[in-house]
Design a protein around this ligand. Structure first.
Ligand code: GDP
Length: 430
């Protein structure tokens, strides 16, 4: 049985907590895309941890955690995260790294920073963790696979070739110091010593696990809006954030993906740059208040530390976000955050060039969209920690019913706080 947990929106939907809940019941947890450029916050028996690259099953001794072939493997980040866990008293996790995963190189991080510097005010708001240069190299066939580390001669040849290309750009476009192939080679050899014990044929491992009826969890990073094909390009990330990509990035047979849990927040938030279209945005003191009330959930991205932009729930974006994920169920998080509001708005349409639509537009039209709102009564009470859906105030349940109707996908979980236990289960009405 393969499940996926993915985001319906701009990332930071609260996937970490749901993933952690389900990771506990999973035999295998797999990261299939992205790298250490985003993260989630997990509050478990060992304390509070920020995970960026490691799968969320690392807290459980019965779980095998896999860094799939679709992931950008930053070895330094991996070492830091393993230390973060060890320092927090977490036993050494069961970890496998796909031999087909590619290595995020130090020059990817440099190129990311140099490109942002070159673009100046027109930058896309990269996290500067090297993700865009990494995936560009992968698809241009200039990447280094983990398995290349086991063949020094092949590695050296590939490095010579790649550095030749990089150095032309460093010299003539960025005017920065050139790469030293020998130093890079030595660095990779040191990395090899660290990751060697984890390298595995994860394709065979995963296919065997499926055959043995194991419970497998695909853990997505970011959300639909950040998918380079289906999101708000170019304000996207550089790997596919949709569940379907798990079939490539973790080599899951498509027919095995049975449950796709799409996570969305009861309001919107985005850590993207201010140039990025964010139709549902709440600005000024109203926005500041929501960001502050969001606390942990609202203020800063787990990886970037950037203050998030906040907005009303965007049913147009979320309906589309769930559709492109192929959601089989929806988890709504952070309902507790809205308890202070007299009235709550929901974006139910976009007005573009005088016409109202509920279909999420392509990026070329998105910048012209203006929100059309519905307004619902608030519940004016603190529901944090509630574990019984029926016990929620009527207005809170009516709000959830309304969102479900608008997005057209069944909401089965409603989260009422950051802790794993702060969760209610709901019988969907669709
Ligand atoms: P991800 O990028 O989707 O994995 O986002 P995170 O898991 O990092 O979640 C963002 C923040 O929301 C974290 O600080 C979580 O602890 C917090 N969070 C998750 N669910 C809830 C919830 O239901 N209520 C509140 N108040 N915070 C939540």
């Amino acid at each position: 049985m393969v499940k996926a947990i993915v985001g319906a929106n701009w990332g930071d939907e609260g996937k970490g907590k749901i993933t952690d809940m389900l990771a506990q019941q999973s035999d295998v947890v797999i990261r299939f895309q992205g790298g250490a450029n985003a993260g989630h916050t997990i509050i478990c028996d060992y304390g509070k941890f920020s995970l960026h690259l490691l799968p969320s099953g690392v807290f459980y001794p019965h779980t095998t955690n896999i860094i799939g072939n679709g992931v950008a493997l930053n070895v330094n980040s991996l070492v830091k995260e393993l230390k973060h866990l060890a320092d927090g008293g977490v036993p050494t996790p069961n970890l496998l790294i796909s031999e087909r995963a590619q290595i995020l190189m130090p020059y990817h991080v440099l190129f990311d920073a140099y490109e942002e510097e070159r673009l100046g005010g027109k930058a896309f708001g990269s996290t500067k963790s090297g993700i865009a240069p990494f995936y560009s190299d992968k698809y241009a066939k200039n990447g280094i696979q983990v398995a290349d580390l086991t063949d020094p001669q092949r590695l050296r040849t590939r490095l010579d070739y790649v550095c030749q290309l990089k150095n032309v750009m460093l010299e003539h476009l960025y005017h920065k110091p050139l790469l030293d192939v020998d130093a890079l080679y030595d660095e990779l050899m040191a990395a090899r010593e660290i990751i060697l014990p984890y390298i595995a044929d994860t394709t065979t491992f995963i296919h065997n696990a499926i055959r043995e009826g194991k419970t497998i969890l695909l853990e997505g990073q970011l959300g639909s809006m950040k998918d380079p094909d289906l999101g708000i390009y170019p304000f996207t990330t550089s790997s596919h954030t949709v569940a379907g990509f798990g079939c490539v990035g973790a080599c899951i047979p498509p027919h095995e993906l049975k449950d796709i849990i799409c996570v969305t927040k009861a309001y919107s938030s985005s850590v993207g740059s201010h140039a990025e279209p964010f139709v549902c945005e709440i600005t000024g003191t109203e926005g500041e208040e929501l960001r502050r009330r969001g606390g942990d959930a609202g203020e800063y991205g787990a990886t970037t530390g950037r203050p998030r932009r906040v907005g009303w729930f965007d049913a147009v974006a979320t309906k589309y976000g769930c559709a492109v994920q192929g959601a089989t169920e929806v988890a709504l998080t952070c309902l507790d955050v809205l308890g202070y509001l007299d009235e709550i708005k929901v974006v139910v349409g976009y007005e573009i060039d005088g016409e109202v639509t509920d279909i999420f537009p392509v990026p070329a039209r998105l910048g012209r969209a203006k929100p059309v709102y519905a307004t619902l009564p608030g519940w004016k009470s603190d529901v944090r920690g509630c574990t019984d859906y029926d016990a929620l105030p009527e207005q809170a349940k009516a709000y959830v019913d309304f969102l479900e109707q608008q997005i057209g996908f069944p909401i089965t979980m409603v989260s009422t706080g950051p802790k794993r236990s702060e969760m209610t289960h709901r019988a969907a009405k669709l």
